[in-house]
Design a protein around this ligand. Structure first.
Ligand SMILES: *Cc1c(COP(=O)(O)O)cnc(C)c1O
Length: 369
């Protein structure tokens, strides 16, 4: 019998995620002699690299890697609890925040327990919902911003989870504290609201969402955060959820005992202390967004003003542009998977990387006419 016919129903039809292409892959395929000739601005990674404190911790802990990790992540939870002013039992550590989205699926989604999300929101929610056969209601954004009023209207009796990515990937837009407060004042209590805050550390303090207040009040809220972006540890896979203890206990039941590696836990704890790296990263992103934005303006391209470390820009025929840029050694992200075929998403790089991308983009657009 074919594997397909033996597989659980629906598995063969599951959509797959199209990740940013690895540098080595592109270099091999396009015949670049040296992978260093390729610039990757495709996955919202930190252009400054990992937190230096995390790198030190990694090196000095190599000799302990024969030991299993602390599955309860005691030290990282203590450090996070102190920093965020929550209790350790309000925290769960995941193998990237993507794993936590899957835990949310295990606990809350099913054929009669669906989700509500925005049409241009981070695509992982939809993919995880499909794994659990959970119905998905997508709500149009208003000018690339989550329309929380419309999302509230879209909640049905069978809705279990509402996802709000803030700032959102790939639009880079944020929802205001007022919009969140007004939403939280009206959201029915049969839904869990998941605020995915992967880029939150990049925001100025005044713009940082106050979602942890809702967690402290015991509301049905889960905040997701990650060490992949601002802390520069995407390769290690560490994210965390902040939610009321009762919710965390449920999510913890679907977690494998050693879901996060010992090295990842150690590095994340060190990165959390690295305020200097966060400050340098923020400054780089602010400068880079200006640099890219003004170059796009000069080229007559429209873009969505971003609060995160990437920018959505309208180039027309995004996939062709992505391919042409790749031939010139610059990897970006096509956006047709998000229903935005005319756009590409570009991650903010170093000054040199941004310049390289701008030059390549100019040459692609000129070659087109
Ligand atoms: C990058 C990203 C994540 C998660 O990444 P992990 O590496 O799995 O922690 C989650 N949500 C959004 C919106 C992202 O952009």
């Amino acid at each position: 019998m074919s594997f397909e016919s033996l597989a659980n129903s629906g598995v063969g039809e599951l959509p797959t995620y199209e990740p940013g292409r690895p540098i080595e892959d592109v270099a091999r395929e396009l015949g670049f002699g040296d992978p260093a000739e390729v610039t990757k601005l495709a996955s919202n990674e930190n252009a400054l690299g990992p937190s230096p404190l995390a790198m030190e911790a990694i090196v000095s802990n190599a000799a302990n890697m024969h030991l299993y990790p602390d599955g309860g992540a005691f030290h990282l939870k203590q450090a996070l609890a102190e920093k965020l002013q929550v209790k350790p039992e309000q925290l769960l550590i995941g193998n990237g925040s993507n794993e936590l989205i899957e835990f949310i699926g295990h606990v809350f989604m099913g054929p009669h327990a669906g989700i509500v999300m925005a049409d241009r929101a981070f695509i992982a929610y939809k993919l995880i919902a499909a794994m659990f056969k959970a119905p998905v209601v997508t709500v149009p954004m208003a000018a690339f911003v989550h329309d929380l009023d419309a999302m509230l209207e879209a909640i049905r009796p069978e809705t279990r989870v509402v996802f709000v990515a803030n700032p959102n990937n790939p639009t880079g837009t944020i929802v205001s504290r007022d919009a969140i407060n007004s939403f939280m004042a009206r959201v029915p209590d049969h839904v869990v609201v998941c605020y995915d805050e992967a880029y939150v550390e990049l925001l100025p303090e005044v713009q940082q969402p106050a979602t942890l207040d809702y967690v402290r009040e015991g509301r049905n809220v889960i905040a997701l955060r990650t060490f992949s972006k601002t802390y520069g540890l995407a390769g290690l896979r560490v994210g965390y959820a902040v939610a009321p203890a009762e919710c965390i206990a449920l999510l913890n039941r679907v977690r494998q005992p050693f879901n996060v590696s010992a090295m990842a836990l150690i590095a994340a704890e060190a990165a959390l202390r690295d305020d200097e790296h966060v400050a340098r990263t923020r400054a780089l992103v602010v400068d880079g967004l200006k640099e890219l934005g003004s170059a796009f303006g000069a080229m007559g391209l429209s873009y969505v003003p971003s609060a995160a470390n990437f920018i959505l820009v309208k180039v027309g025929e995004g996939r062709c542009c992505f391919e042409a840029l790749q031939k010139r050694g610059v990897i970006v992200r096509p956006m047709d998977g998000y229903g935005l075929p005319d756009y590409i998403r570009i991650t903010v790089g170093t000054h040199a990387e941004n310049m390289c991308c701008i030059e390549a983009l100019k040459s692609v657009l000129e070659a087109r006419t």
